[in-house]
Design a protein around this ligand. Structure first.
Ligand SMILES: Cc1cc2nc3c(=O)[nH]c(=O)nc-3n(C[C@H](O)[C@H](O)[C@H](O)COP(=O)(O)O)c2cc1C
Length: 368
């Protein structure tokens, strides 16, 4: 192993657990769920193959049937629990740790992919122009309807139940998806939240929904098994406008009082580079966070280890590297070649581009 990356292989305490290394797997939707939002058998294989990660955060998972996302798995009924239990059992048998990412799509959805009795909803009726996957290809999202205050309470209940189901499914914890412009993020940010009730307006009000969802999650799991993902400067789903620094400074100051297991921050989107201004925002937010900080976005082994060495991150979550390299940890250790990533197979389809990426063999070429 190269001396410069050895810090990635040190164990780290994540809430009540000890992760065996700091090479974590970021949550990634792969759109392979079956009818009923149930995982196919290959999903068990997919996650088990990646169990050498210090922590797996499993993909965005619907907290109710109205959360959009074509072929995304759910965690709102017993059948889904059973299909996830196979996954968690397989990961645990291989000595892995696995959290589930709890998700509602909010306005990043399309009416054609929702059940007939569900609508695209958001804090405010502000449409997004970022296309979403539908059964007829990529389409502009259906403009959302603003949630009533009563519906917000119902969504809170759905999140709470999803936590209970995730616990039954054998997960080690949950990550609340408050990133990416999906439902919770759109409550937090001023550009997507124009509400005038207790859930909009002031920083405190915009934070309220996340705060309530978090409280409920903590009641189910204990704070030391709950993490949160944020993406303060991402433009994905038309986000990142307005004074995000003030917004997320407040969010982090509040989260600092909760003793959660970790905060994962998507700092930079795939295939993009941060402006100096956005990098400064990320650096400032990172410096304000008191707990375990999982840095995410375009990291390599070298840049990830360097960030940990500088004490600016506790661990790194890798997304695309883990898609193409089930044995990423070993590849980093051996400084070996990476498999080529097949972007066309990110979403949907069968085992191809999902469970068929090769592992290193003894005969593998060693890079350099
Ligand atoms: C195919 C794909 C699916 C993704 N799905 C999710 C998701 O379900 N939840 C989420 O929070 N982020 C999702 N992301 C973002 C990743 O978690 C991560 O933030 C991003 O890929 C940057 O990390 P990387 O540069 O190491 O790939 C997805 C990314 C990819 C490439």
């Amino acid at each position: 192993m190269k001396e410069s990356i050895k810090t990635l292989f040190e164990s780290i305490k994540i809430g009540r657990y000890t992760a065996k290394n700091r090479i974590f797997m970021a949550p990634m939707s792969r759109y392979r769920a079956l009818e009923g939002d149930i995982n196919p058998e290959i999903t068990t294989t997919y996650y088990a193959q990646r169990a050498t990660a210090g922590l797996i955060v499993a993909e965005s998972t619907k907290i109710n049937k109205g959360s959009g996302g074509i072929n995304c798995p759910g965690i709102y009924n017993k059948e889904q629990v059973a299909s996830w239990k196979k996954v968690t059992d397989a990961v645990h048998r291989k000595g892995g740790l696995i959290f589930l990412q709890l998700w509602h799509s909010g306005r990043a959805s399309h009416s054609s992919i929702l059940p007939e009795d569900c609508e695209v909803v958001a804090p405010s009726a502000i449409p997004s122009t970022e296309q979403v996957m539908t059964f007829d290809g990529m389409q502009t999202p259906t403009p959302p309807r603003a949630l009533t205050t009563k519906e917000i309470q119902e969504l809170r209940d759905d999140f709470e139940k999803a936590n209970e189901y995730a616990l039954q499914a054998g997960f080690d914890g949950v990550e609340i998806h408050a990133a990416g412009g999906f439902l919770i993020d759109s409550f937090l940010q001023e550009s997507t939240n124009h509400r005038t009730d207790a859930y909009g307006g002031s920083l405190e009000n915009r934070f309220r929904f996340l705060s309530e969802v978090l409280d409920d999650a903590i009641n189910v799991w204990g704070a030391d098994r709950v993490g949160i993902k944020l993406s303060p400067v991402s433009a994905y789903n038309n986000m990142g406008e307005g004074d995000v620094l003030t917004t997320f400074k407040y969010v982090i100051s509040q989260l600092n009082t909760c003793n959660i297991a970790f905060l994962e921050i998507n700092e930079e989107m795939p295939f993009s580079t941060l402006t100096e201004e956005k990098r400064a925002i990320i650096n400032e937010l990172q410096s304000l966070w008191d707990g375990v900080y999982i840095a995410n976005g375009n990291y390599t082994a070298e840049s990830g280890a360097a960030r940990i060495e500088q004490e600016k991150a506790s661990a790194i979550s890798y997304g695309r590297f883990f898609i193409a390299n089930p044995d990423l940890v070993e590849r980093f250790r051996q400084d070996s070649l990476m498999n080529e990533l097949d972007v066309q197979k990110f979403y949907g389809g069968d085992h191809k581009g999902y469970t068929d990426y090769p592992f290193l063999t003894e005969n593998a070429l060693i890079n350099k």
